[in-house]
Design a protein around this ligand. Structure first.
Ligand SMILES: NC(=O)c1ccc[n+]([C@@H]2O[C@H](COP(=O)([O-])OP(=O)(O)OC[C@H]3O[C@@H](n4cnc5c(N)ncnc54)[C@H](O)[C@@H]3O)[C@@H](O)[C@H]2O)c1
Length: 393
């Protein structure tokens, strides 16, 4: 099969197995070049392990610390007619590399919100390494089926209170336009909290704790984006922001509940980056293309793997960790400081269809977007016939 990108709206509906493997290898190579993460423990569970920040967490733990990684993801396998999703190929590539390098890697592909997958993970932990010392919670999902009632909840990306008119960038049409986003209803807010809030994170930790597979002094973290004025109306103070506030509640509740194990539960505040999840959020692609340009000029730009390496090295396993006002591990100061935000705000007010390519780092945004699906990677022959039927065990 010759595989070229098929972009529909904000997503690419196919993926390139060789390109995904090359993208995973680039992240492995980055970690191999860094000093070892000597404090990171050896038994790590990554929920949402196949793309974006979760994949970077898995790679950093495995290649930075030699950790055994058990992953959970929800990806589509390939068929003779359709490629798999990028996360499937990423996982296959990670397994292949890890096994070649003598690192344990096992992945359970299924709905992390379900009781069945939680039970499978617990069995795997018991069978393979007894307990886990670190649980990374990096899910981004538009829907969640409640494991008890079976009701399906949907998350919404809408402002709260008033409608909000702003600039946005349509990545598929290469167009900067205005959009008006209607405010969310109370039900939409509640459903978004159900999907992206802390409830499932807490259910995971409860299941692991009650099964005795959470090690003493274990740590857990979930990821959030806080941002600043430009993104608050659609992120921080919007439906997704409400769900993220619920992560803060869940972290505090878990710290109190699991004092028997001295569990440390943190929300980590990370940088805005192109991932499958963020490209679906109105406004974010425009903001991200502008901030990429500013941060590259300032020499502070990082991708997922660089952020996560620093998170592990400077915050999660460091006594000198920087916390924000809510006690979160604060990793996005290079993006959200006033001077950098002033530059991006100035660009935001000027940007329009005509000057977008001059003012924004469109090339950087687009190249990172394509890379998520294994496209546009140097050294990969996209005219070659490749077998989509790649698997992992
Ligand atoms: N991208 C950003 O700019 C950014 C910034 C800060 C924080 N975050 C947060 O980081 C976390 C991860 O986001 P990302 O951007 O890396 O997203 P992503 O889309 O790249 O990754 C999502 C992961 O969740 C998995 N997943 C989704 N639904 C699942 C399900 N039902 N069962 C099992 N696995 C499932 C996917 O397989 C994938 O591994 C999210 O909480 C997000 O809000 C993202």
């Amino acid at each position: 099969m010759i595989i070229q990108p098929k972009i529909r709206g904000f997503i690419c509906t196919n993926a390139h197995p060789v390109g995904c493997a090359a993208h995973v290898q680039q992240q492995i190579d980055f970690i191999k070049q860094q000093p070892k993460l000597t404090q990171v423990p050896q038994r790590v569970l990554v929920i949402g392990c196949s793309t974006g920040y979760g994949l970077a967490s898995r790679i950093a733990a495995a290649y930075g610390a030699g950790a055994k990684t058990l992953g959970v993801c929800f990806e589509k396998e390939p068929s003779e007619k359709r490629t798999a999703t990028a996360g499937w190929y990423n996982t296959a590539a990670f397994h292949q590399a890890a096994k070649a390098d003598g690192l344990y890697a096992h992945t359970i592909n299924g709905d992390a919100f379900s009781n069945e997958i939680k039970a499978q993970v617990i069995e795997q932990i018991k069978q393979d390494f007894g307990q886990v010392d670190l649980v990374i919670y990096s899910l981004a999902s538009p829907k969640r089926k409640d494991p008890v009632t079976g009701e399906v909840y949907s998350s919404t990306l809408k402002p709260i209170g008033d409608s909000y008119t702003t600039k946005t960038y349509h990545t598929d049409k290469d167009q900067v336009t205005e959009i008006t986003l209607d405010p969310a209803t109370d039900d939409e807010i509640a459903q978004t909290i159900k999907v992206m809030g802390g409830e499932d994170w807490e259910l995971w930790l409860a299941a692991l704790h009650d099964a005795g597979v959470l090690a003493p002094n274990a740590k857990t973290t979930a990821y959030t984006y806080i941002g600043k004025k430009l993104t608050w109306p659609i992120y921080g103070q919007a439906t997704i922001g409400k769900a993220k506030e619920d992560l803060d509640r869940a972290a505090a509740a878990m710290r109190t509940r699991y004092t028997d194990l001295n569990l440390e539960a943190y929300v980590s505040s990370l940088k805005a980056l192109v991932t499958q999840a963020s490209s679906a959020i109105p406004v974010m692609p425009l903001y991200i293309s502008l901030i990429y340009g500013v941060m590259k000029q300032e020499g502070t730009h990082e991708g997922c793997i660089e952020q996560i390496y620093r998170l592990f090295n400077e915050a999660l396993y460091s006594e000198d960790r920087l916390l924000d006002e809510a006690g979160r591990l604060f990793m996005n100061g290079w993006e959200t400081n006033d001077a950098t935000q002033a530059k991006v705000e100035a660009l935001w007010h000027q940007v329009n269809q005509e000057n977008f390519h001059q003012l924004a780092d469109y090339a950087g945004y687009h190249s990172d977007f394509l890379k998520l699906f294994g496209f546009g990677i140097d050294g990969v022959d996209y005219d070659a016939d490749v077998d989509p039927m790649v698997g992992f065990d």
